[in-house]
Design a protein around this ligand. Structure first.
Ligand code: 0WK
Ligand code: BGC
Length: 801
């Protein structure tokens, strides 16, 4: 017998070897299954589960593919298959009404089934036919997870430790023999050093060697001794006991057809003791490695943890809670009960969110409904009934690059009010250069007397002119005014109604250019030459059209939403003439105000509309834009709390406050990576202590609401693209859409939702999306420049050349 084998057998693992072994386990040499998530008593991989917070029940997903058999099992047609489904199929074949809820690994069931008083176990250990363990790992260390909040139970499948050769220097020839004689050669090497399926065989092979070395039974062997499997783990365990061990050794040797002497029995006992102690040491070392790993990952000086175990005992201030007879059954029942509750909750949540989901058919319907409304809006006899007012803008062409000069521009109606100086030069001379200043429009100004609003605008212009040294110069001005205006010319716009939180009195029904001029006259300090008033969609289209002449659609998805596009003048019945095109401001925000979209409004939308400043108005906008998405989410969260599906139904007064959940929270919560941490942080700031499940649910609600908004916007844009293609009788249309607005630009997924829906609903249109970099102020200046160029060309006396 080789010296090294005996030393190892006697488990005289020195501190350093033990530490080495610990290290190897600690640094992930444990079988590739380490990242498996605890389910089933065989290595099985799971669907992408969510993490579990320590105090909340495990979040489960039910897919469980068997990776490999072990412990003598080798049924065909199972590896790689979902064992939950296989079981369900077998149940159905026998037509029993049983529903497989979960598949759990025995280590997990043991962990779930054991607790010390009120303290739950966070480690599950099995040392039986096979061996394995699981523990509650910090989710951030489980890379296969999407989120990294809370904890996740990880099934280590440590039985496969060493399958990659990490234990070559520990394995003895006897271990190699056991492995060679096993059903899964080269696999589960660690398990074959510890599991009761193998301990007997290791001992038997040692006895054979001892007999061959004449160190046992005077060298005599028997067929029984040379027969595989003739020594059981139970015999080995009993023999290694102080009490009755020698007697048990005698029984075994007699069973093996030997006439044992006392020294033989003692030798056999030493052998069994060595085999068991080594197994125990290896197991303890691995457990110690795992506990140290947990302590380090939790950054604790001392880890105090309960280990649910079905097997041997170890040292490491670990409180071992032996599983009582039915702990595992209890564990499985607990997991199944949790799964049932979660399943029921999931169904209830899906039911509540269902009305906010748009099926493909619904998306097509919205597109078709808008196409109808567009036609009705363009035709004189149906214009009044149409919800989309299809307003002529008197912009007949997109820029052609010949625009020149210095222009002032105002940009009112978005998040910020801006005053701009726009210098248009030839491309060689630098093209366009702009300086701008952002000013705020306080709510009391936006909702006060109209005169005060326009006086405030004039004050901002004065401040800007002073800063830019523009005194004494009266520059042509383009006014981006992002509200529905009826225009009779480029420089006249009758405000039809305020939107987006503006309600300034004395403005609706008035020409806002005139209101501005009056305010300048009131100021009586300078002159203003308002050449053009444009909607922000038009400004955006013109601004992008300067770089891409194919840009014939303008889209805004910000505080509000709207679109414009170049319509054939022959279709614009409100404007005489049939030649050429004119840009139409659709004011699609009001789409559905006539009830044509009612079937798509949920009770959440109705609540948001009811508490808005303009109930019944801008219904489409209220499903899509930044001013409202956060409110829709808030309404859904309130109902989820009422139904005890969120925050365990704990009252959340914070959520009762309108505007407490701004739309920018959706962008934060839906951002990729760290999303759950972001969600929890957002909720924390609202004074809402959220579990991982709560954060996941809040994110789901945000995703559902923003997806619907993106799809509705995409369906509307598809209607516009199809209208242009149809107008021009084209089989295939290529068009660019100039886009602006914080929601479209800053939400992580909104733009994709829009683009995917346009692709789906307008397959014969190739739509390019061009984000406007400089806002629509530049566009307004370009419109002013075109107007000036046309005016000059008209004013210039015909030279007859
Ligand atoms: C920037 C444009 C402005 C438009 C705004 C819309 O320059 O004309 O109104 O985008 O986006 P919001 O600021 O409402 O998000
Ligand atoms: C207004 C539109 C504007 C849109 C985007 C809507 O509320 O009615 O005129 O284009 O918001 O700002």
């Amino acid at each position: 017998m080789r010296e090294r084998d005996l030393r190892v057998l006697r488990a005289e693992l020195g501190g350093s070897q033990e530490a080495q072994l610990k290290d190897r386990i600690f640094h992930g040499a444990v079988g590739p299954a380490a990242a498996l998530h605890g389910l089933g008593a065989f290595p099985s991989s799971r669907g992408r589960p969510a993490a579990a917070a320590p105090d909340s029940p495990v979040l489960l997903s039910l897919q469980s593919k068997l990776q490999s058999w072990s412990k003598g099992y080798s049924c065909s047609g199972v590896v790689g298959r979902d064992v939950g489904q296989l079981l369900q199929a077998a149940i159905q074949r026998q037509s029993h009404d049983i529903n497989v809820m979960v598949v759990v690994n025995d280590t997990v069931a043991t962990m779930m089934g054991c607790r010390l008083g009120t303290k739950p176990c966070e480690v599950g250990l099995i040392v039986g036919a096979g061996t394995n363990s699981c523990f509650m790992e910090e989710a951030r260390y489980v890379e296969s997870l999407d989120d990294n909040e809370g904890r996740m139970c990880v099934n280590t499948e440590w039985g496969t430790f060493g399958d990659t050769g990490a234990m070559a220097d520990i394995l003895t020839t006897y271990d190699e023999h056991v492995d060679a004689g096993s059903l899964n050669k080269g696999k589960h090497r660690f398990e074959k050093l510890i599991g009761s399926l193998y301990l007997g065989e290791i001992a038997r092979l040692l006895l054979v060697q001892l007999a061959q070395d004449k160190a046992l039974h005077a060298g005599g062997t028997t067929p029984q001794l040379r027969t595989q499997g003739m020594v059981t783990a139970l015999e080995v365990l009993n023999i290694s006991e102080d009490q009755g061990g020698l007697a048990a050794a005698q029984c075994l040797l007699q069973k093996l057809g030997l006439q044992p002497s006392d020294p033989d029995c003692f030798t056999v006992q030493q052998v069994c003791l060595a085999v068991v102690t080594r197994a125990a040491c290896l197991c303890a070392t691995s457990l110690a490695a795992m506990l140290t790993h947990m302590r380090k990952n939790r950054e604790l000086p001392q880890l105090d943890v309960c280990v649910g175990v079905d097997g041997d005992t170890f040292q490491c201030t670990a409180t071992l809670v032996s599983a009582v007879d039915d702990s595992r059954a209890q564990g499985v029942a607990v997991v199944a009960a949790v799964a049932l509750r979660l399943e029921a909750q999931r169904r209830e949540v899906d039911q509540l969110l269902q009305p906010l989901r748009l099926a493909p058919r619904a998306r097509q319907q919205v597109q078709a409904l808008l196409q109808c409304e567009m036609e009705r809006g363009l035709r004189q006899e149906t214009h009044a009934q149409a919800s989309t007012r299809m307003l002529p803008t008197y912009v007949r062409a997109t820029p052609d690059g010949s625009e020149r000069g210095d222009f002032l521009a105002l940009d009112l109606g978005g998040t910020n009010f801006r005053v701009l100086l726009v210098k248009l030069r030839s491309r060689e001379a630098g093209g366009i250069c702009m300086v701008s200043e952002i000013y705020s429009i306080p709510p009391e100004v936006a909702q006060g007397p109209g005169s005060q609003l326009f006086d405030h605008i004039v004050e901002c212009i004065v401040d800007f002119q002073t800063k830019q040294g523009l005194w004494g110069r009266t520059l042509p001005l383009g006014f981006t005014f992002s509200f529905p205006c009826q225009q009779k010319s480029l420089d006249q716009g009758i405000l039809l109604n305020w939107t987006k939180g503006f309600t300034a009195s004395g403005c609706e029904g008035k020409d806002v250019v005139e209101l501005l001029r009056e305010a300048v006259r009131r100021k009586n300090q300078f002159d203003l030459d308002v050449v053009a008033i444009v909607n922000d969609t038009v400004g955006t289209m013109m601004s992008c059209g300067y770089d891409d002449p194919n840009c014939e659609v303008g889209l805004i998805v910000g505080t509000g939403t709207n679109a414009c596009y170049m319509e054939e003048l022959r279709n614009v019945e409100a404007v005489p003439g049939a030649e050429g095109r004119m840009c139409i401001n659709m004011e699609w925000g009001a789409f559905g105000d006539n009830g044509c979209l009612d079937e798509f409004f949920t009770h959440f939308d109705a609540q948001v509309d009811r508490v808005s400043l303009n109930p019944g108005k801008q219904r489409f906008e209220k499903l899509i834009s930044g001013m409202y998405l956060g409110e829709i989410v808030r309404m859904v969260l309130v109902e989820l709390v009422e139904k005890e599906l969120l925050f365990q139904g704990r009252p959340c007064p914070a959520l009762q406050t309108p505007g407490i959940f701004p739309t920018k929270f959706l962008s934060t919560i839906e951002s990729d990576g760290l999303a759950l941490r972001q969600a929890s942080a957002v909720l924390q700031n609202l004074g809402l202590a959220a579990s991982v499940e709560d954060a996941l649910l809040v994110r789901k609600v945000c995703q559902v609401v923003s997806l619907r908004a993106g799809q509705l916007c995409g369906a509307a844009l598809a209607a516009v693209a199809e209208k242009i293609r149809d107008n021009r009788g084209l089989a295939q249309l290529a068009v660019t859409v100039g886009v602006d607005g914080t929601l479209y630009k800053l939400h992580p997924h909104f733009s994709q939702h829009v683009q995917q829906t346009v692709k789906e609903l307008a397959p014969r249109c190739t739509v390019t999306f061009l984000q406007s970099e400089d806002g629509s102020g530049k566009g307004a200046a370009l419109v002013a420049a075109v107007a000036c160029r046309i005016a000059q060309s008209r004013a210039a006396p015909a030279t007859g050349q």
